[in-house]
Design a protein around this ligand. Structure first.
Ligand code: ADP
Ligand code: ZN
Ligand code: ZN
Length: 742
């Protein structure tokens, strides 16, 4: 292992280890070192209160703020080598400071669950055991009462042996463990490591790149050092083909490639392409795998036994020791941002990792995030454009359906219904998007206007038909559908608004001769169900597809010739300043994935605002023009990416406590920021959903012109905010560069 952290050499043997524990505390804990000196970046088991915890050693030292006699000894040293390469460990340290999240928790997030539980950091299949120097001189005669232990020593005397082989020789894992604890045997690493640089080959015929692709590949390959590239390429313009070509020099040098994708379930074809192209080991990392699979892939990355790692968000923490390139596909995708606990953005950390490891970072998308476009505009990223679809696929046509004054049935206008009919009759599929699950978003009394709403949240219940329930989409509680108004007792309860369930029922009644399928979070919760539906759609078992935006992710639908966005207006006029960006991304993504060469797709938007300038620019001039126009709007309003937000969310069942706490936090922040006017603090204001699950939610927004200022100001202020007595009484969290403000 060439690049791992080396133990810090103190003049004498260090006495104390500083240990980061998986706790919401912004400090390390000191422990006494016994005979076995731990390693920085390695795990130790330590006593903590009445419990035993696994932590990571962050430093070895001779000094402690506490008297030595008050320190407890380390129970167990679990690793002889650090878990992460130095550069990745440094990145995690940086991320802990940038996202203001405790280092111990960050480190825990960045390791597989098995390691958090204390499992050995060696691959189970190919652990290769050998005798240590002490083991070699151990007299067998001293082991007459432990014949199994003696047998291990005998077996290993001539040559190292794999774990499996030892088990086959009737040695149990417990005995191996015992002998290892005695320090007589150890794992010889990289047992089967064969560097691929010696036999690396491209093993399938590949297409000749077009000019734009060739330019992109040449530009990026010209510099093996850190630089960040944004490939803005329409769907099917050959981005993946560019990635494949970028890997060639990387793999030829025996280096590793890390490829991030939004969702593994939706990209099996892409993974297959990487496996088919090269004769090198390819591994996939995602949350659907079991603990052992994840551990083995993670370790293979560390031991340089895998060349290409493809994974979702957290795969960014793969401990590749010999990284050559990082690629982030569909870089605009919201799933790259973690929405709870350690709220990191995997794309942003990918860029930081590339910087720290001095390797190129390639971001690709047909609809780049505004953040990345901005970075191109200010010269931080290189811009590479792929403007033509490979293989002469025609671009989808698109149009606006003006629904002003038209009668809507379950959200559908008559012109849209006849368009759907036209496409179905010719044997094609149609796809409808609506970002609202359930049957109706509200149940209302026709007589007095009473709305059935959740007792615990400031939100209406959503009416569901399958099963028949009222359900709160915010706290998850459900109850049976009432027959009477709670307020006036009337039985005239009406369903207001349209959700995906209703759209499905309605379409099934208009087109009984065609089969409908609905794809949303409600009916794809079970593992494998989504894949089954997608498979059936590809086999044309369904003709009418209805879904929320999850249907748009990454999949091609060659037989879909009509796509309709049923409700455009709620995105155009949303409180969320990112809603138009997301709408445009959805629109372009589905337009790019519908239809095929001889059957171009058609995308329609239903709106009451056909003249809206953003819609006009999107329809007539495409995403590139739309995004630049929308970015100017953001700039005028000083919204991200022209400023940086930190959102402090706080909640408690006592509203006044939360408001008071955030008021105090605001004062602390303002004192810290008074010297200049670089920081704006907004709030405290009630969160958009003020009450959820009987908790009152408030928020405070800190806005700064640069990341550096955000980080400086916050780290000083937060230290004081954490000392506030109220900070222990309310539940609060920080979201640096939040992707949604709820
Ligand atoms: P993207 O990743 O941008 O969606 P892909 O790389 O998947 O695009 O390319 C779309 C299709 O076009 C694939 O089937 C791919 O094999 C093919 N393709 C890509 N580049 C070329 C090329 N230069 N010549 C011919 N076919 C190509
Ligand atoms: Zn009523
Ligand atoms: Zn609720």
């Amino acid at each position: 292992m060439n690049d791992l952290l080396q133990p810090k050499h103190c003049q004498m043997t260090p006495k104390i280890a500083k240990v980061a524990l998986p706790l919401p505390l912004y400090k390390t804990f000191d422990y006494l070192i016994g005979n076995h000196v731990p390693i920085v970046g390695g795990r130790v088991r330590v006593p903590f209160g009445k419990q035993c915890k696994i932590g990571i050693v962050t430093a070895l030292t001779d000094q402690s703020d506490l008297p030595l006699e008050q320190l407890k000894p380390i129970n167990d040293v679990l690793d002889n080598t650090p878990l992460w390469p130095t550069s990745l460990y440094n990145l995690l340290n940086w991320a802990s400071r940038y996202y203001q999240y405790p280092f111990g928790n960050v480190l825990t997030t960045a390791m597989p669950v098995s390691l958090r539980k204390g499992k050995a950091a060696f691959r189970t299949q190919n652990r290769l055991w050998k005798l240590t120097d002490i083991g070699k001189i151990q007299p067998l005669s001293s082991l007459t009462s432990a014949p199994k232990q003696a047998r291990i020593l005998t077996l290993l005397r001539n040559s190292a042996m794999t774990h499996t082989k030892l088990l086959e020789n009737n040695i149990t894992a417990t005995v191996i463990n015992k002998v290892e604890k005695k320090g007589w045997i150890e794992v010889a690493q990289n047992a089967h490591y064969k560097p691929w640089s010696t036999h690396y080959k491209v093993i399938e015929d590949k297409p000749t790149l077009n000019n734009e692709q060739a330019m992109a590949v040449a530009t990026i390959n010209a510099n093996p050092n850190f630089s960040c590239y944004l490939i803005e390429g329409v769907t099917a313009s050959g981005k993946t083909e560019v990635y494949l070509n970028l890997l060639e020099p990387v793999l030829a040098k025996g280096k590793q490639a890390l490829i991030l994708v939004p969702e593994i379930g939706l990209t099996p074809q892409t993974i297959e392409r990487f496996k088919r192209r090269f004769n090198v080991p390819v591994e996939v990392l995602h949350s659907g795998q079991n603990e052992t699979e994840r551990l083995n892939t993670w370790l293979a990355a560390r031991d340089c036994e895998v060349a290409i790692i493809i994974g979702t968000r957290s795969a960014l923490f793969s401990p590749c020791t010999n990284l050559g390139i990082i690629i982030v596909d569909e870089e605009h995708d919201v799933s790259y941002k973690q929405k709870d606990s350690f709220r990191y953005h995997s794309r942003d950390l990918a860029v930081m990792r590339g910087h720290k490891e001095n390797v190129p970072v390639v971001l690709g998308s047909a609809t780049p995030s505004f953040e990345s476009i901005h970075n191109v505009e200010i010269g931080k990223y290189h811009h590479l454009i792929l403007s033509t679809r490979a293989g002469n696929v025609l671009n989808a046509k698109h149009g606006i359906l003006d629904i002003r004054g038209l009668h809507l049935e379950s959200g559908l206008s008559a012109p849209l219904i006849s368009e759907i009919r036209r496409h179905l009759i010719t044997g094609n599929q149609v796809m409808l998007f609506l970002n609202r699950r359930g049957y109706s978003p509200a149940l209302m009394c026709h007589k007095c206007g009473w709305l059935a709403s959740c007792k615990h949240c400031d939100a209406n219940y959503t009416l569901h038909q399958q099963p028949q329930k009222l359900r709160c989409h915010h706290c998850g509680i459900q109850c049976s559908i009432p027959h009477q108004c709670d307020h006036c007792g009337s039985t005239q309860l009406i369903r207001v608004g349209v959700g995906t369930e209703q759209l499905e029922t309605h379409l099934a009644s208009i087109f009984p001769e065609y089969k409908t399928v609905r794809i949303d979070r409600d009916n794809t919760r079970k593992k494998g169900v989504l894949e089954e539906y997608l498979h059936a759609i590809h086999n044309k078992e369904y003709q009418i597809l209805i879904g929320t935006q999850m249907l748009a992710k990454g999949h091609h639908f060659p037989d879909v010739t009509l796509v309709a966005l049923v409700d455009t207006d709620s995105a155009l006029f949303s409180n969320d300043f990112r809603a138009p960006e997301r709408l445009a991304q959805l629109f372009i993504q589905v337009a790019g994935r519908a239809g095929r060469a001889n059957k171009p797709g058609m995308v329609l938007l239903q709106t009451h605002h056909p003249e809206h300038f953003l819609l006009q620019s999107l329809i007539h001039n495409g995403y590139n023009s739309f995004s630049r126009k929308a970015l100017r709007e953001r700039q005028q309003a000083s919204l991200p990416p022209f400023s940086y937000f930190c959102l402090i969310r706080a909640e408690s069942h006592k509203s006044e406590l939360v408001e008071q706490f955030l008021q105090q936090a605001r004062t602390v922040l303002e004192i810290g920021a008074l010297d200049d006017n670089s920081c704006t603090v907004m709030g405290p204001t009630p969160a958009p959903l003020h009450r959820r699950a009987a908790h009152y939610r408030w928020q405070l927004i800190v806005q700064t012109p640069s990341r550096r200022i955000l980080q400086q100001k916050l780290s000083i202020a937060l230290h004081s905010i954490r000392q506030l007595p109220l900070s222990k009484k309310v539940h609060w969290s920080l979201d640096i560069e939040p992707q949604d403000m709820n």
